[in-house]
Design a protein around this ligand. Sequence first.
Ligand code: FES
Length: 288
Amino acid sequence: MARWLARLMDAQDGWVQPLGTWAHGLLHRFFHWVPGLRDLLNGRWLGHPVHALLTDAPIGMLFLTIVLDVVGQPVAAEIALGLGVLGMVAAAAAGLADYSDTDGRARDRATLHASVMLVALVIYLASLVLRLTGDPSGAGVIWLSILAFLVLAAGAFVGGDVVYVNGNMVDRHAFRGTGTKWISLEPSETNADGSIPEGKLVRARLGVNTLVLVRDGDRILALHDTCAHAGGPLSGATYADGIVECPWHGSRYRMSNGHVIQGPSVYDQPAYEVRARDGGGWEARRQA
Ligand code: FES
C-alpha cells in the first residue's frame, strides 16, 4: 500500500515541482526578511516544531464537526467547524515557515501536502458559508464536511510522509548516543606546534563522528559538524563572536554549549569538551 501511495504522490511531480520552486522562493524571501516571526512559527523558543502541535487541534475539531452533524447538533457543529478552520490557518502559518527552509524531496512532498490541505480548507470554508447563509443541518453541508475531512486525511498522510519518510524537521542527532568516554580527536588542521588555529573553524574526526572546532583563547570549543536542522556542514559555516551560522539555512548555534539561538533549527547542537591528551594531541567527549 505504501509503495502504491508513494507512486501516486510521485506522479504529481509534474505540477508539484514548478509550484514548489515558485512558492518556496517567495516564502524563503518573506521569512528571511522577518527571522523573528520565522523562529516563532518554527518553534525554536519551544525546542520542538510548532506545526506538529498545531495540526492536532483542527483535526480533532473537524472530526467532531462530523460527529455533531450526525447526532443533530448543527450549532455546535458550526462552532467546531469554525474553530477547526481557524486551527487550520494557524497550522498552515507554522507549516509555511518550516517549508521556507525545506529542500529536495521533502519540499516536493510538502508542496503536495500544502496543496491538498488548501483544497480541504476551501471545501470547509464553503461548508461554513453554506451553514451560515442557509440550512445548517442540510444534507449538502454535512456531506461537504465529510468530503473535506477525507481530503484533510489525505493531506495529513502526505504530511506524515514529509516527516517520517523524508525526515523534515527531525533532529539529525536523534539517534546519537551521549557517551562520556574521552576519545582521540584528529583535527584536519593544526599550527606547527600542534595547537588549534585561533578563531578559525577546523574539522576534526572523533571516532565515527566529525566535529567542528574553534580555539577561543585557552579553550577549544567543539560542536558536531552535522547541523541538527537538515544536516548542513557547520565546518563550512561562518563564525563570529562565539556563534556559528550554518551555511545551508542560517541556523545559529553558540559554540560553547550548542544552544540554538536562531532557526530554522529548533534543536540544540551536540557540544563536546576538548582537552590536550597526555603525550600530545587532543581528545574529546560529548558534553553532558
Ligand atoms: S541544515 Fe538547515 S540550518 Fe543547517
